[in-house]
Design a protein around this ligand. Structure first.
Ligand SMILES: [Zn+2]
Length: 174
């Protein structure tokens, strides 16, 4: 990954000089050169996220198979506001409407977040605590040793996975 621009500049929404802007260039298996623009204003909370590559705009499904802990720790998810992320084996799904903010995160970081959400759910629904505990244990095992599938679907093709091993993803254009 190359950082092309990283600067604090004027916010397009509120005009204060608290807008952290970055342009990142990734060379990604299956996608080629991918340019990601992100920005966040610490005053008004305005967020910017955009992504450019040859196939952007095409409905995309990416299937990522994590073989081991290294795949989990070293593969990145780039998720736009329109991306749905789910794992049929682990049994979770993050819809665009739920916490749909754009993010660039390792698969490991994503799974820690999922475990955090589940932990909060337990407080809200004490009756399901045992089931949630089992789920969290499954997620921690997956972080340690892989052995699961993560699927990312995006109708605008703006969510991607940058795999540690190129052969661990499959891309389908829907
Ligand atoms: Zn602002």
């Amino acid at each position: 990954m190359a950082v092309l621009i990283a600067e604090e500049t004027r916010c397009p929404a509120c005009r204060s000089r608290a807008f952290r802007y970055q342009e990142l260039l990734y060379d990604m298996p299956h996608f080629g050169n991918v340019l990601v623009e992100t920005g966040y204003c610490s005053v008004c909370g305005y967020r910017l996220f955009d992504i450019e590559y040859a196939d952007v705009g095409r409905p995309t499904r990416i299937i990522f198979a994590a073989r081991d802990g290294e795949d989990v720790a070293r593969s990145y998810l780039i998720r736009s506001k329109t991306g749905t992320v789910y794992s049929p084996d682990l049994g979770f799904s993050l819809e665009p409407a739920l916490g749909g903010e754009p993010m660039i995160i390792t698969v490991e970081g994503l799974l820690y977040r999922v475990a955090d959400y589940a932990e909060k759910l337990k407080v809200l629904e004490p009756g399901s605590a045992q089931r949630v505990d089992e789920f969290i244990r499954r997620v921690y095992r997956a972080i340690e040793s892989g052995g699961f599938t993560l699927v990312v679907e995006d109708p605008l093709g703006k969510s991607l996975i940058k795999p540690y091993r190129p052969e661990s993803i499959r891309v389908e254009y829907l």
